[in-house]
Design a protein around this ligand. Structure first.
Ligand code: NAD
Ligand code: DEZ
Length: 374
């Protein structure tokens, strides 16, 4: 079996080498010729899996994308050609949740805001949106959810219309990129939506760049009442509207989901789907594949109040690191891909085991691991 895999996927060798001949290639440069002989294709979001790419791939039987988003894959084409497709739903939802909370803690400090009591509108209440909502609730924020597809499908949670969610102090977007249909999300944040916002509001995009009209946003930022923006994703990555970057509070190169755990889980979920497809049990367990974190144990001597929580969160992951790397390291589209390829290791909060006498439930609700006294 010939397996072609994106060079930026972790764990491909230990999980897939036994199944055939493995070739690793840069995902953005995959061409019809390079995948022509493939039986199995393993990609990330930068590879457009479409008619053109698969035009010579006569033997292709399985495509796996180690990502949550699937807008880069023509799934109807794969179905027509009888090619099995698997993505990795939820694989990096915790990473996205932690990215958003780190960003909120940074902005709260910068603008002297008290998160507890502030309102958060979550647009898209699936895996990542729910991960954000749960953590924000644990910080005392008032959360409202906007998800018309789920509301229409009878999800028992309470939902508000988009216009209402847009009035929140913080509005965080977690929708898939869709261009057609009643719930299309392309340019969901457009000139009209921008016109109802005021400059005190914080807007976060950690889903897909095209969900926000970047030109309309730049026009808004150049006016008298700019918004407080946190942008992880951009229209036309990697060739983005660079003029926007100085008008953001935090800017990063599409790494919200890039915790080590999140990236590894993505490959692992594809491995599970692949094993299921070939009718074999997934032999390798996930946990032993994760390396030990540099910092894994800490004892707390006081109740974890807001300030201590902020310090704990940023001990594990501080979004300012990624913002600084991006602001200083990004000039050309190639830099965008380089920063992503050489992303420094980042662990999830659960990698830190806290020994705490008080506030254990609160720490667990945020996603830290609790250590048991020796
Ligand atoms: N920046 C990153 O690193 C990163 C990481 C993970 C996911 N993502 C992106 O985030 C998207 C969401 O991820 P997820 O795991 O939460 O997906 P999900 O499928 O679990 O949830 C998406 C939710 O959005 C809802 N939705 C669809 N159209 C909507 C609309 N018009 N208005 C409001 N809600 C709508 C859906 O009903 C669904 O509940 C992914 O599709 C992916 O593109 C980005
Ligand atoms: O959809 C996802 O899972 C994320 O956007 C993912 O983190 C994107 O990373 P990439 O596939 O571009 O490396």
């Amino acid at each position: 079996m010939k397996i072609i895999a994106d060079e930026n996927m972790p764990l491909v060798e230990p999980l897939f080498a036994d199944f055939g001949e493995l070739t690793r290639l840069p995902g953005r440069q995959l061409s019809p010729a390079s995948v022509a002989e493939a039986d199995v294709l393993l990609v990330r979001s930068v590879t457009q899996v479409d008619e053109r790419l698969l035009s010579q791939a006569a033997h292709l039987k399985f495509v796996g994308s180690a990502t949550i988003g699937t807008d880069h894959v023509d799934q109807a084409l794969l179905a027509r050609r009888g090619i099995r497709f698997a993505s990795a739903p939820g694989c990096n939802k915790i990473s996205v949740g932690e990215y958003v909370i780190s960003a909120l803690l940074v902005l709260a400090e910068r603008h002297q805001l008290h998160l507890s009591g502030m309102t958060l509108g979550v647009i898209g209440a699936g895996n990542t949106g729910t991960a954000v909502a749960e953590r924000a609730l644990a910080l005392g924020m008032q959360v409202c959810l906007c998800d018309p597809p789920l509301a229409d499908a009878g999800d028992p949670r309470e939902f508000v219309p988009y216009e209402v969610a847009l009035c929140s102090d913080v509005v965080s977007f977690h929708v898939p990129l869709t261009r057609e249909g009643p719930y299309a999300t392309w340019h969901l944040l457009d000139e009209a939506a921008l016109s109802v916002l005021d400059g005190e509001q914080i807007l976060i995009n950690a889903c897909r760049g095209d969900v926000w009209d970047n030109q309309a946003l730049l026009a808004r930022q150049l006016g008298a009442d700019p918004l407080r923006l946190v942008m992880d994703v951009w229209e036309q990555e990697p060739d983005l509207l660079t003029a926007l970057i100085p008008h953001t509070e935090l800017a990063t190169p599409h790494i919200a989901g890039y915790s080590l755990e999140g990236k590894m889980r993505g490959t692992y979920q594809i491995y599970q789907a692949f094993c299921d497809w070939i009718g074999q049990p997934a032999q390798q367990p996930f946990a032993p594949l994760l390396p030990k974190p540099a910092l894994d144990r800490l004892a707390l001597q006081q109740l974890p109040d807001q300030d201590l929580l902020k310090r704990l969160v940023h001990l594990v992951y501080d979004v300012r690191r990624d913002d600084a790397l991006f602001r200083h390291g990004f000039t050309t589209p190639a830099d965008f891909d380089r920063l992503r390829k050489h992303y420094p290791e980042r662990r999830e909060w659960s990698s830190l085991h806290l020994l705490a006498a008080e506030g254990r439930e609160h720490l667990a609700a945020l996603g830290f691991s609790l250590a048991t006294p020796a």
